[in-house]
Write a protein that binds this ligand. Structure first.
Ligand code: SF4
Ligand code: ZN
Length: 300
């Protein structure tokens, strides 16, 4: 198979685009794709100070690499979730990348906010699933770090597979509010920083190939709590559909982007007020992070 761009030997076939590419052209192809996604969806403006949420995995480290290559001022934020070996190894990957590229990386530790407790203990004490607690804590700490550091926007490494599995799950249960909020860019609102997802049109497989050809050292292990999650189930169903009809995921997501305005009209946005504990915007009197902290720390 020949590379569609340069005619050399292709190393990867991308059935969704009906092309084969060599390593060098794959890098250019994905760089252009991300550049166009940013422009078309108006995700970032030149000169903005970007905080990239880094998990140590292929998507977030590749996103950081791509943004730096595209000339953006992008610093990393690693949140240590306190999930044993997994957190330790992923932190090493994040630190390794930052050192190699000579770029800034902030590290925030969940344990410092919860008197020595990590996500597994917090979840146990709160009687909730680790992922639901983790999502809440990550969103809060990410926003706090972004605000404190004077960043304009937070960028996350959600890829096409993440977005279509979330979309499918929202559609199957007709989560209207979630559907209305699902977007490649969430605008800033007072204490909430703007959030963008520049990889929404790049598949998981493309990002793994990108990380490989760019020599990015990322954590291969998955978080132990991701086993058997519904999002993995939806991803596997979507992969089967993609196998039969390449391009299904991309069409599904692009169709969603085109029709989002219809959903916006039906989605009811809750009114937000500053939390009495910390000032973070919330539909309740006290935000869910402060409520979680109070509940969990009472038992320490
Ligand atoms: Fe957090 Fe769950 Fe993701 Fe693990 S799988 S990092 S617990 S959200
Ligand atoms: Zn609060």
């Amino acid at each position: 198979m020949k590379c569609r761009m340069c005619g050399g030997k292709a190393v990867i076939k991308l059935p969704a685009h009906n092309i084969g590419l060599c390593s060098e052209c794959l890098i250019l192809f994905l760089r252009r794709r991300v550049e166009r996604t940013i422009k078309r969806l108006r995700l970032l403006s030149p000169g903005e100070k970007i905080l990239v949420a880094i998990s140590g995995g292929k998507d977030s480290l590749s996103l950081w690499d791509l943004l730096l290559e595209l000339g953006y001022e992008a610093e990393g934020l690693y949140i240590d979730l306190g999930i044993g070996d997994y957190s330790q190894k992923s932190e090493e990957k994040a630190v390794g990348f930052a050192q190699k590229r000579g770029v800034g990386l902030q590290i925030v530790r969940v344990k410092e906010h919860f008197r020595g407790l990590g996500i597994p203990e917090i979840a146990r004490r709160a009687g909730r699933a680790p992922c639901s607690v983790c999502g809440l804590v990550k969103r809060y700490l990410m926003n706090q770090a972004g605000k404190k550091g004077g960043f304009d926007v937070i960028a996350t490494g959600h890829n096409l597979d993440d977005e279509v599995s979330f979309l499918l799950s929202n559609l199957l249960s007709w989560q209207r509010e979630s559907l209305a909020r699902q977007a490649p860019s969430l605008p800033d609102r007072q204490s909430l920083l703007r959030k963008v997802k520049p990889l929404v049109l790049c598949s998981e497989r493309e990002m793994a190939a990108y990380a490989f050809v760019r020599g990015i050292d990322y954590i291969l292990d998955e978080c132990p709590y991701s086993q058997g999650s519904t999002s993995l189930r939806y991803k596997s169903v979507l992969n089967k559909l993609e196998e039969h009809s390449p391009g299904t995921k991309l069409h599904f997501y692009q169709g969603f982007l085109k029709n989002r305005s219809l959903l916006k009209m039906t989605g009811e946005e809750p009114e937000l007020h500053p939390c009495e504990g910390c000032g973070y915007l919330t539909p309740a009197q006290i935000c869910s992070f402060c409520r979680l902290r109070e509940r969990v720390l009472q038992k320490v």
